[in-house]
Structure formats: structure tokens, C-alpha cells
Design a binder for this molecule. Sequence first.
Ligand code: CA
Length: 225
Amino acid sequence: MRLLVIEDDKDLNRQLVTALEQSGYAVDRAFDGEEGWFLGDTEPYDAVVLDIGLPKKDGISILEEWRRAGRIMPVLILTARDRWSDKVQGFDAGADDYVSKPFHMEEVLARLRALLRRATGHATNELSCGTVRLDTKSGRVVVAGAAVKLTSHEYRLLAYLMHHAGRVVSRSELVEHLYDQDYDRDSNTIEVFVGRLRRKLGVDVIQTVRGLGYLLDPGGEVAAK
Ligand code: CA
């Protein structure tokens, strides 16, 4: 999952990005409204953390423009304390949730998990496919009851596929949702990661759909290749 953080307070921006990266997300950042609006308008984010008070372009205007342009990614707004009108304006402009400053990072992380699972049609943090279980809160992956240790890239790949189980995900979609904009992207590496992930999981739940991409079959394990 790839997220965008738009926050002009440099310390807060860094804290958010660090916490999100540690939670297994690829994260892009912006420090003013224009840059943030542009990124959200051109890149396919799975969710956005958007401060309301920003230089160059305020959060409400950004949100209104994205929604008018048909950008439907979940947006969590950050509002100033005691500014109830920010929340009302924010929701009416198309926000999906809010957190008031100052906030506990755990709350932001929990709200984002909720937004991401709702956006992909899941009810809980625990995603499962056949004997594979992935807990988006703890970051734990278990196969047939045994814990499997994955690198952050492998985890990101599995988490994306599991959120989108039952639908074919193309390699280019994976590249766009697994790496931040500064990463040297190469769709050939996806194939390598999928290979490693299959070996580590030990069960073949990731199906290759020739010429289209990969499919996680929610009905269970599928035939090899
Ligand atoms: Ca601000």
C-alpha cells in the first residue's frame, strides 16, 4: 500500500512518514498544498493523510479539487484542535475520517488501517487466503499456524495482493503501489519478489495470470504456476 502525507510542519511530517514506513507502507511526502495536490492528482495512492492548514493551497480546496476530478482514494484529514468547523467542511469536501491535533500516532495508524480495509472490502485487520493469514496491525504473517518472516518489500507485496484477493493485479499496478516515488522502479523486480514470496510461504496461493499479472485466489490454494 502506498500513502501520501501532506503536512507543512516538518517534524510532524517526518514523524508521520517514519511511523507509516515502519508499519509497512510506501510513503510519499509533501510540505505544501500545491505539491501535495499535484501528487494526489497524478499518483495512485491507496490513502492520503492531509493537513487542513497548508501554505499555497489549503487542505479543503485540495480535497474538493481531487473529488471533482474523480479521485476517490480514502483521505484522513488532520484538523486543529477546537476547530469543529474544519471537520464539517472536511467531510463535506470528501474526507473519509479525521484526527485532531495533537494526536497519538497509534490512532492515525488504526484509522488508516480501517480506511484501507474498508476501501478494499475487508471487515477486520486479519486477512486470510487459504492457509495464509496476514495481520495488518501486527504485521505478522502466518502459514498453517507457523509464523513466516518476510522482508518489508515481501510484506508489502503480500499485503497488497491480500487486500485485493480475487482480482488480477498487474505488474505495473504493483510497481505503482509498492514503491514510493523516489524508488528506482523496475517491474522486473516484481517477478523476483513474487518468486521469493512463494518460496517463503511454501504454499502456492499466488497465481500467475499470463500476460495480465497475479491473482490471489480467496477460495484457497491454487495450482502451481
Ligand atoms: Ca499546518
